[in-house]
Write a protein that binds this ligand. Structure first.
Ligand code: AMP
Length: 397
């Protein structure tokens, strides 16, 4: 592996795997959130500044079979050009002769983009011959696509073997890894993880792993009710995974054994229907009446979480505290976001990772007040689980 900072790009064509899998408006095909494009700009600029040229390569959406206009990267070329301040040429197909001619003639300072690599099924099957064809577009391979680093696809992983001495992480990917590693391995204390969201089943491996890395583990959102039911509480119609009751108790015991302060909310905002307009009340989380369900954490829990978070030096947040999409049940999630912002202002390192907490922090316009917001949902979760991500391994090997 080479370091992007010290590499001499002059006269070289860098083939950069980015994650430009951005959400598009169904009707107009306008980009509705360009975070992933903006996040990749520093890497592209650095290569251009050092005298190189750039061939961008990405997937977009989930095309079923071959070319589909709505998944063409041509739809986002002008947006990338305007963010970069350099005109990006569209190479058409990712492996056609037009694309190869264009990349072969690329001059220093120029940028082009190939069309969606997922127009070929060989991308997701990780077919070596397809990866080899793609590799012909560049003299060096830069992986800056954290969002797909957990996939062993042709353009994210297999391709690296065709650049044995000329492969590297882009700035974004390096920063993502650094952020998670800081949470998992920092010596600073106290370290706090806040894990929320719908189901305990989808976060179980992360929770188990975090018990070895944190001092406080706050469990919120829908998954908290499985813990409450497991200890004998009444949870009414709240979201519960009955198959995970025993597992919940095992986690409680493991936290005790490891000296981790496992925080389960003590009170909850309840509703008599899963609706923003439902009747509401606030009760002890162990005493939810029949016919009611917990949809947010209560006031006492909010202030207890606030105290833990404010006192922390390292903070990881994954998953909302309640059904934050509904205004009447977003207070717990907003409050936790604000506590994290306060702690960050006081010197803590805060990482927001995984789909819905990222959506929440963006919704509350607080993304620039925390230390790092991850661009990779699934990849971030797998990295937190301790899995080796193939896209990362392929560069390190
Ligand atoms: P996840 O994708 O597992 O992080 O879950 C995020 C989803 O969990 C969001 O859509 C929330 O609305 C939902 N959620 C959070 N708290 C609750 C709750 N108490 N009951 C039901 N769903 C919840």
């Amino acid at each position: 592996m080479v370091d992007i900072h010290s590499y001499d790009f002059s006269g070289k064509r860098a083939l950069v795997r980015v994650d430009f899998n951005v959400p598009l408006d169904k009707e107009t095909l306008e980009i509705t959130d360009d975070t992933r494009i903006r996040a990749a700009i520093p890497t592209i600029k650095m290569i251009l500044d050092k005298g190189g040229s750039v061939v961008l390569m990405s997937h977009l959406g989930r095309p079923k079979q071959g070319f589909e206009a709505k998944f063409s990267l041509e739809n986002i070329v002008s947006h990338i050009s305007s963010k970069l301040g350099v005109e990006v040429k569209f190479g058409g197909d990712c492996i056609g002769s037009e694309a190869f001619n264009m990349s072969a003639g690329l001059k220093s300072g120029e940028v082009m983009i190939l069309d969606n690599v997922r127009f070929y099924k060989h991308e997701t099957t990780g077919t070596e011959s397809f990866a080899e064809q793609l590799s012909k577009h560049g003299d060096i391979f830069v992986n800056d696509a954290f969002g797909t680093a957990h996939r062993a696809h042709a353009s994210t992983t297999i391709i690296a073997k065709f650049f044995p001495n000329d492969k590297m992480f882009g700035l974004l990917l390096a920063e993502e890894i650094k952020s998670v590693d800081k949470v998992l391995h920092s010596n600073e204390k106290p370290r706090t993880a806040i894990v929320g969201g719908a189901k305990v089943s989808s976060k179980i491996t992360i929770i188990e792993r975090l018990l070895d890395s944190v001092d406080n583990l706050i469990v919120g959102g829908g998954m908290a009710y499985t813990f409450v039911k497991a200890r004998g509480g009444s949870v009414g119609n709240s979201l519960v995974e009955n198959d995970y009751l025993e597992m919940a108790n095992t986690i409680v015991q493991a936290a005790k054994d490891k000296g981790v302060n496992l925080f389960i909310p003590m009170d909850t905002v309840i509703a008599d229907a899963f609706s923003n307009d439902a009747n509401r009340d606030e009760v002890s989380i162990d005493e939810i009446p029949a016919g009611w369900m917990g949809l947010d954490i209560g006031a006492e829990s909010i202030s207890a979480c606030d105290a833990i978070i404010r006192n922390s030096k390292i903070i990881l947040w994954n998953g909302p505290m309640g059904v934050f999409e509904m205004e009447n049940f977003q207070k717990g999630t907003v409050s936790v976001a604000n506590s994290i912002v306060e702690a960050t202002a006081n010197g803590a390192f805060s990482l927001i990772g995984g789909g819905d907490s990222v959506a929440a922090i963006n919704k509350f316009n607080l993304a620039d007040k925390v230390s790092y917001v991850s661009t990779g949902g699934g990849a971030m979760l797998e990295y937190l689980e301790g899995k080796e991500l193939p896209g990362i391994k392929a560069i390190l090997d």
